[in-house]
Design a protein around this ligand. Structure first.
Ligand code: OOB
Length: 538
């Protein structure tokens, strides 16, 4: 019997858990054991390629063991939260598997996150440690870490990959492996993932070993990942898409090879594809377009590439049609969410289905409802709100009862905030979005979060952030701002600078700022974001 575990994790009701086990979706696996098994089965196969470093399965397994011992030695143990913010480096996998092994929970931050986000993750999860690179993309993470550590009392450790400065070297804590007692069970939490967010405060997504590993196994079947696959990780490794769809963890589950790409541009990625014989990778739509254009210019042998997954935001039909001719591989559209549900077009779907839909769910037990504004089911083919429930979709955010009451129905369906329709073949087409979020080329921005930062400016009376169309990113952000009566006149760059200096990730800083005297209103006097969006698109 599962009951609520500490930290506000809402597990699946027992009847569902039993059903998912009986169906063979949940097989009682854990990540720690998974790596152990793969290492025993083929110790000398290469698991991770990072530049000139090539770690075999045995090496990754041993490193995870030594680091797990080191973490225990530092007093970190089961259920402790550790914020992990690393670029695409081999150490990301070393620390994550070490944490998995001892049952401590990685909290996955993105390299782009800055003080505002990191401070919140550390405070909200009462994290005991924060793992960073020394300097990445010109940003010194150690300085940020020192500030956050000074303010967050639970945060006892900062571990650094590279030059630790005033902090502790991650490599330096590794120890001789020890027996680990009381490691995680398959139905325990494995990590906390970040939600794209549509509210002022980001929400955390609790995923278990059982449920996440099922999504990997299901993805591997659908994407034909086997031990001969070579997966190129281009997007930030901590994001759910490159992590699990089928992603690096899917590839490791299959005993395949993961190649880490330090940057996403074709000049970095194409030589790696050629050198490593990459067979599969995943991109967001703007990057896919960039790659298509670079491939059309020629110059690299990309013939090893069999599958390109594109998702995170809507991929236009026009761009989708160019994938096969330009890159010589099969496109797989993927419409997923860190909360769970992932849809894929199938490799053997007709080309028309591949280029015009965002796929169908992984699991026969993924329940899909398409409803109107009052949760009434709509007739087949109609466009409406997507609700979902299933063996790898969470039943609640971590420690967020108020959000949960809004984001989940009483019978446990997750309100995705996406507006979709279902074709006769069961494929979903994403038609829009009902949540207050901007999807900037796959990077999600909660309007309210940015609005709160704008409202902190002494000259700002009110602010409203909306998406405006963009030919490359799909959407960009536009902040509409009403200044206080009598306030000093402000210019857009000053507002952007203010938001940036509050420590918000760069991708959330408004692309455009427009000053207005009043906001358009809806019939009942709320701000009409629809009218603002229409204005922004003009
Ligand atoms: C992925 O995960 P998140 O959590 O960053 O964002 C989820 C949201 C979805 O609710 C939807 O609004 C949007 O991103 N989205 C798409 C899409 N894929 C995601 N919208 C239109 N078309 C698509 N293909 O973005 C994510 C997680 C796992 C796999 C792939 C993407």
């Amino acid at each position: 019997m599962s009951t609520a575990t500490p930290g506000g994790f809402a597990p699946w009701p027992a009847a569902y858990a039993e059903r998912y086990r009986a169906a063979g979706w949940w097989r009682g696996e854990t990540f720690g054991q998974m790596l152990r098994d793969r290492s025993a089965a083929h110790p000398d196969r290469v698991a991770i390629v990072d530049g000139d470093r090539r770690w075999t399965y045995r090496e990754l397994d041993e490193r995870a063991d030594r680091l797990a011992a080191g973490l225990l030695g530092q007093g970190i143990g089961k259920d402790d939260k550790v914020v992990v913010q690393l670029p695409n480096t081999a150490e990301f996998f070393e620390i994550v598997f070490a944490l998995f092994r001892i049952g401590a929970l990685p909290v996955f931050a993105l390299p782009a996150h800055r003080e505002s986000e990191i401070r919140y993750f550390c405070e909200f999860t009462e994290a005991v440690a924060y793992v960073i690179a020394d300097v990445h993309a010109g940003f010194d993470h150690r300085t940020l870490a020192a500030k956050v550590r000074a303010d967050v009392p639970t945060l006892r450790h900062v571990f650094v990959v590279g030059d630790p400065g005033e902090h502790t070297s991650l490599a330096g804590i590794a120890q001789e492996p020890v027996d680990i007692h009381g490691g995680p069970r398959p139905d325990d939490l494995a990590f906390l993932q970040l939600s794209g967010g549509s509210t002022g405060i980001p929400k955390l997504i609790p995923r278990t070993h059982d449920d996440y590993i099922y999504s990997l196994r299901g993805s591997n079947d659908i994407c034909a990942i086997d031990e001969d696959s070579v997966y190129l990780c281009v997007l930030p490794a901590a994001h759910n898409f490159p992590l699990s769809s089928p992603g690096t963890l899917g590839a490791l589950y299959a005993g395949a090879r993961v190649v880490l790409c330090p940057r996403s541009d074709p000049d970095t990625a194409f030589p790696l594809i050629e050198r490593e014989g990459v067979t599969v990778t995943g991109l967001v739509p703007p990057l896919a377009l960039l790659w298509i254009e670079a491939a059309e210019r020629g110059g690299y042998d990309l013939s090893s590439l069999e599958v390109l997954l594109v998702g995170g935001a809507k991929f236009s039909e026009e761009a989708a049609r160019r994938v096969r001719p330009a890159l010589g591989c099969t496109l797989q559209q993927v419409f997923g969410m860190a909360e769970g549900l992932v849809n894929y077009t199938r490799l053997d779907d007709p080309e028309e289905v591949i280029v015009t839909t965002q796929g169908r769910p992984i699991s026969p037990d993924d329940e899909i409802l398409i409803v109107d504004g009052e949760d009434n089911a709509l007739p087949p083919g109609a466009t409406g709100h997507l609700l979902t429930r299933g063996p790898y979709t969470i039943r609640g955010y971590w420690n967020a009862p108020e959000h949960n009451a809004r984001s989940f129905t009483e019978d446990g369906f997750y309100r995705t905030g996406d507006v979709v329709r279902r074709t006769e073949s069961g494929h979903l087409v994403v038609e829009g979005r009902a949540k207050d979020q901007i999807n900037r080329g796959g990077e999600k921005i909660a309007a309210e979060e940015v609005e709160n930062h704008l409202l902190a400016h002494p000259a700002v009376h009110d602010a409203s952030v909306v998406a405006v169309p963009d030919p490359y990113l799909g959407e960009r952000t536009c902040a509409y701002v009403i200044l206080r009566a009598g306030a000093e006149p402000l210019k857009a760059p000053a507002i952007k600078k203010f938001v940036r200096e509050r420590g918000l990730a760069a991708y959330k800083v408004p692309d455009r700022v427009e000053f207005v005297d009043a906001f358009p209103q809806t019939g009942i006097g709320k701000i009409s974001k629809r009218d603002l969006r229409a204005h922004g698109g003009a």
